[in-house]
Design a protein around this ligand. Structure first.
Ligand SMILES: NC(=O)c1ccc[n+]([C@@H]2O[C@H](COP(=O)([O-])OP(=O)(O)OC[C@H]3O[C@@H](n4cnc5c(N)ncnc54)[C@H](O)[C@@H]3O)[C@@H](O)[C@H]2O)c1
Length: 334
């Protein structure tokens, strides 16, 4: 079981003046999380080494006097410690990591450093500086390829590769810190996140950002298999809201693991049909044989996040894709 209930435990709420540290702030989810926190009036310290993130993602935040940016490697010796000593944050939202499942398989050492060792640095800095709460960017990859859908936090975790196994090990490490020290931990298992600022040009990009790239460039897209494979696609603004709630709401638990998902299963063919409406002149998708080992269906149960964080995804796929196209500066009459 992933959730430990401490009866009678009620945590403190965050004050607006004590900052929240966001690691990976210049990345896709990090920059939206920073925007969300600033819009709620929080002070934010964003940390990023700009390895995959872009300072341009923080355009508006950089002009906000409640935001500070620190370019640093969070896995580096004592960096997180220095940061926590200097800023005395109320919470850390730890998003920095190696995001690509493929890159993690190709470079196990880098995966270990970014997806597990960095978590240790964050946890230790939080403990030694008295930070109240750590929110960790975990993943649906911790479940592996499970047939029983939707997956709840009670579903056994069987990660199939190095990315998912380091995410799960990070969750366990943080839970060990929470049970040993005065620290609350929220591990959020994101499902398939999409939205603006996600890079579509890399071979590691998610399917929706690849579709945006293919449709908007006029090059078209390739679908592997019959397109009936499905995912629980969640818009990044919803994920940013979940992160902000996880960092700030009073908790009844010292350790919480929660899916961040919509609870809706949507097929690639459904996604293609929304794109088809937005780009009526685009070439028909190329069809290729299914890729070996690809998970066919994935869908999460959102009940725990709703119960403990008051979080529910609001953006429909249609709204989310339209918002993404609008914010990508793409002309949809092309
Ligand atoms: N995008 C998804 O669908 C998804 C799904 C599940 C989990 N996640 C997790 O969410 C988190 C954020 O993912 P994202 O999609 O925004 O990816 P991203 O690559 O856009 O963001 C990661 C950020 O971390 C920074 N970073 C990497 N290593 C660093 C280091 N050592 N020190 C400081 N900064 C560093 C990068 O420069 C980048 O800005 C990751 O931990 C990822 O594993 C993402």
């Amino acid at each position: 079981m992933n959730i430990r209930i401490n009866n009678g435990f009620q945590s403190n709420t965050t004050t607006l003046d004590q900052p929240i540290v966001v690691t990976g702030a210049a990345g896709f989810i990090g920059s939206h999380t920073t925007d969300e926190l600033l819009s709620l009036g929080h002070r934010v310290v964003g940390v990023d080494d700009l390895s995959t993130g872009r300072i341009g993602n923080l355009g508006e935040s950089m002009r906000n006097e409640r935001f500070e940016f620190v370019k640093a490697d969070v896995a580096g010796p004592e960096m997180m410690d220095w940061l926590c000593q200097r800023y005395q944050p109320a919470a850390i939202i730890h998003l920095a990591g190696l995001v690509s499942v493929v890159a993690a398989q190709e470079n196990p050492g880098r995966n270990y450093r970014l997806n597990l060792h960095a978590t240790q640095q964050v946890a230790e800095a939080a403990r030694s500086c008295g930070v109240s709460r750590v929110v960790f960017a975990s993943s649906a990859a911790t479940y592996g390829n499970t047939l029983a859908l939707p997956v709840s936090e009670e579903t056994p975790t069987r990660p199939e590769g190095l990315y998912g196994s380091c995410k799960l090990a990070s969750e366990h490490l943080l839970q060990g810190y929470a049970s040993s020290f005065d620290l609350e931990v929220v591990c959020l298992r994101y499902f398939n996140v999409y939205g603006s600022r996600q890079t579509g040009d890399s071979p590691y990009a998610g399917v929706i950002s690849k579709f945006v790239e293919g449709f908007s460039s006029g090059n078209g897209v390739t679908v592997f298999g019959d397109g009936r494979q499905s995912r629980d696609f969640i818009h990044v603004r919803d994920v940013a809201r979940a992160n902000a709630l996880a960092a700030t709401v009073p908790l009844e638990l010292r350790t919480l693991v929660a899916n961040v998902c919509t609870g809706r299963q949507q097929s690639l063919n459904e996604v293609l049909s929304v794109f088809g409406n937005l780009f009526p002149h685009a070439p028909a998708p190329r069809r290729e044989t299914a890729r070996r080992g690809e998970i066919l269906h994935s869908c999460g149960d959102p009940a725990i996040a709703k119960r403990h964080l008051g979080f529910q995804a609001r953006t429909t796929l249609d709204e989310g894709l339209r918002h993404l196209i609008d914010h990508s500066g793409i002309s949809i009459s092309a």
